[in-house]
Design a protein around this ligand. Structure first.
Ligand SMILES: Cc1cc2nc3c(=O)[nH]c(=O)nc-3n(C[C@H](O)[C@H](O)[C@H](O)COP(=O)(O)O)c2cc1C
Length: 326
């Protein structure tokens, strides 16, 4: 395995309203090599909306994938093309989100029942861009909860040219469960993902769902090509640093205070452009999770960062507010 391949084994999941560009800038300081994913951006938004602001990112965020939502191959290809021109390293299709809004737009997890549509998107998108076009999906939907169903979906989409699948190892229940419930109630089934890899050794398969420990990552990458981490990376961002250190022992664990100091010039630049402090620091509240003082840090940021004209002083004050020096 090349070191570049190793470096790409870990990724941070796309998470709506969470993995915005500020969050990703912060996570990159903790994990120099993990692949980062944007929140889902719809192909419609890129067609009709403010493309520059939707696609904006900092060059430090590489390797960086954009996640697109949609099911119209032409619109998806147009969106992929804009993303590739903007410099994204991978274009990912969302075939895993169960929300009603997404289902009304006929994309997300409900597309698992329509592999031909996903395949058509993959073909058009691959014709439009040189970067990899990948798919993030579930292991099934509703009563379609079998190796056969997943294998057929993957087979048809792989036939169209997709080489990498990120699989959230739960089914999505399209009616009756909220998106949040759909991330915890359907049971995890890692074995199905491992069997998928056995059946398709030529495809890159990434396991996602419920990973909170380094040992789980080790176990996953014995069987598949990578592990994608969502909520644990957001709520305990230092986990990313520990994982990086574990995967690349030559990469020293960063000091949390130094990470905050590195955020300050970035935040000041953003504030000058009119961003509000709390929009950035909201992603940093978990930095001390599990350590003494974590609560005071979180609380101070939550209470002060949204005040009118709040400056980076709030970060220094939040550190001072912690009862024990971190
Ligand atoms: C707040 C939040 C927003 C999410 N938004 C997206 C999204 O935009 N696209 C997507 O494919 N998955 C989304 N997900 C699902 C995650 O990418 C991931 O598949 C899921 O959280 C399971 O991984 P985990 O157990 O490591 O968190 C979201 C999850 C959360 C918690």
């Amino acid at each position: 395995m090349t070191s570049q391949y190793l470096a790409l084994m870990i990724s941070v999941a796309p998470m709506m309203d969470w993995t915005d560009r500020h969050c990703r800038y912060f996570m990159r300081l903790l994990s120099p090599s993990a692949s980062l994913y944007t929140e889902m951006i719809t192909a419609n938004a890129l067609h009709y909306g403010d493309t520059d602001s939707l696609l904006r990112f900092d060059s430090s965020e590489h390797p960086l994938a954009i996640q697109l939502g949609g099911s119209d191959p032409v619109l998806m290809a147009e969106a992929a093309s804009k993303a590739a021109q903007a410099g994204y390293d991978e274009v990912n299709i969302n075939v895993g989100c169960p929300s009603d809004r997404v289902q009304n737009g006929r994309f997300g997890a409900c597309l698992m029942a329509h592999p031909d549509i996903v395949a058509a998107c993959v073909r058009e998108m691959m014709a439009a861009v040189d970067v990899p076009v990948t798919v993030k999906t579930r292991i099934g939907i509703d009563d379609k909860d079998s190796d056969e169903f997943l294998g057929r979906f993957i087979g048809i989409v792989a036939e169209a040219g997709c080489r990498k699948f990120i699989v959230h190892a739960r089914i999505a229940v399209l009616e009756g469960l909220s998106p949040k419930e759909n991330r915890s109630i359907p049971p995890l089934n890692y074995e199905r993902v491992y069997r998928l890899k056995e059946a398709h050794p030529d495809l890159e398969i990434v396991l996602n769902g419920g990973i909170t420990e380094i040992q789980q990552v080790d176990a996953a990458i014995e069987k598949v090509d990578g592990a994608m981490i969502g909520r644990q990376a957001y709520h305990h961002p230092y986990f990313l640093a520990e994982l990086e250190h574990h995967m690349h022992p030559q990469c020293a664990l960063p000091d949390r205070i130094e990470v905050i100091e590195k955020m300050i010039p970035y935040i000041e630049g953003e504030l000058q452009q009119g961003e509000r402090l709390g929009r950035i620091t909201r992603h940093m509240t978990g930095l001390f999770a599990g350590l003494p003082g974590a609560r005071a840090w979180r609380r101070y940021l939550s209470e002060h960062a949204y005040r009118e004209n709040a400056s980076t002083d709030v970060l220094r004050e939040a550190l001072d507010a912690m009862p024990v020096a971190a």
